[in-house]
Design a protein around this ligand. Structure first.
Ligand SMILES: NC(=O)c1ccc[n+]([C@@H]2O[C@H](COP(=O)([O-])OP(=O)(O)OC[C@H]3O[C@@H](n4cnc5c(N)ncnc54)[C@H](OP(=O)(O)O)[C@@H]3O)[C@@H](O)[C@H]2O)c1
Length: 239
């Protein structure tokens, strides 16, 4: 064991979190309390601090697409991605913002909400073929719809389809239901985890909420950063 000695000085976050060149890469960004809670009062905002918010925005800027579950869209009232002051030149040669790609089976989504009507680049809906045809039609009127899988979204096919459209640098913002499926499908390449100095107890979800992984993936610590009492951990999957 050794101590992680703090190196003095600010780090260049855009450099630290740069996606690897070439391959399709699925990064997840999540926040959890010290006792593993991924929710505080049914949301995640109350877990972070200002640095977590800055990193959340920067990771969006670095991504080609932001994948998120419909549960999180509903719980957090997700809007479209807006350009962020801290992005600098990270979007050079790309659209001004990445689209949000919403994973949903029920398509119980408000297609008149700003996430669909006020997005700078069309929002994407990732749905299985067995989704309700009337809602699928409504989704197609307001979004770019990718159908993959029959009863349930085939995440591997959906990621392949996103990559084929040039969305190679993926950012998954959860929630725990979707992230568990991304991991179960063997698609996760990297986990960015903010460890929040809180002990919440109760029964909130952890950052993965799904059946036990038959073979738990092993990960390598790529870096650990600190701001106030928060830790910002970046783990990559051992392939
Ligand atoms: N700590 C963090 O970093 C963090 C991050 C994000 C969210 N959260 C919190 O997590 C909570 C929401 O998480 P959640 O797990 O309930 O929801 P979620 O993972 O955001 O979304 C789950 C929804 O995704 C859709 N879905 C999942 N798998 C699917 C599949 N195979 N095929 C088709 N659709 C599929 C379904 O949508 P339909 O129901 O529409 O069919 C399902 O209800 C909120 O409290 C939020 O604040 C925490």
């Amino acid at each position: 064991m050794r101590t992680l000695s703090p190196e003095p000085g600010e780090v260049d976050l855009a450099e630290r979190y740069a996606y690897p060149a070439g391959a399709t890469w699925v990064r997840a960004n999540m926040v959890a309390s010290l006792d593993g809670a991924a929710q505080r009062d049914e949301r995640s905002g109350g877990l972070g601090n200002a640095a977590d918010r800055r990193l959340f925005l920067l990771l969006r800027g670095l991504a080609d697409v932001v994948v998120v579950g419909a549960g999180t869209v509903r719980a957090e009232g997700y809007g479209p991605v807006r350009p962020s002051a801290g992005w600098g030149g990270v979007r050079e040669g790309r659209p001004p913002v990445p689209p949000i790609a919403i994973v949903s089976r029920t398509l119980d989504l408000d297609f008149d909400a700003p996430i669909f009507t006020a997005a700078e680049v069309p929002t994407i809906v990732l749905a299985p073929a067995a989704a309700d045809p009337v809602r699928l039609k409504a989704a197609r009127e307001r979004a770019d719809v990718i159908v993959a899988g029959h009863d349930s979204l085939d995440f591997t096919a959906a990621v392949g389809e996103l990559a084929a459209r040039g969305h190679r640098r993926l950012l998954c913002e959860g929630g725990p239901g979707v992230l568990a499926e991304v991991v179960a499908a063997g698609l996760l390449d990297e986990l960015c985890l903010t460890l929040s100095p809180m002990l919440l107890a109760g029964n909130p979800a952890r950052i993965l909420n799904g059946p036990p992984a038959p073979v738990p993936p092993e990960m390598t610590l790529a870096h650990a950063l600190q701001d106030e009492e928060f830790l910002f951990l970046r783990y990559t999957l051992n392939r």
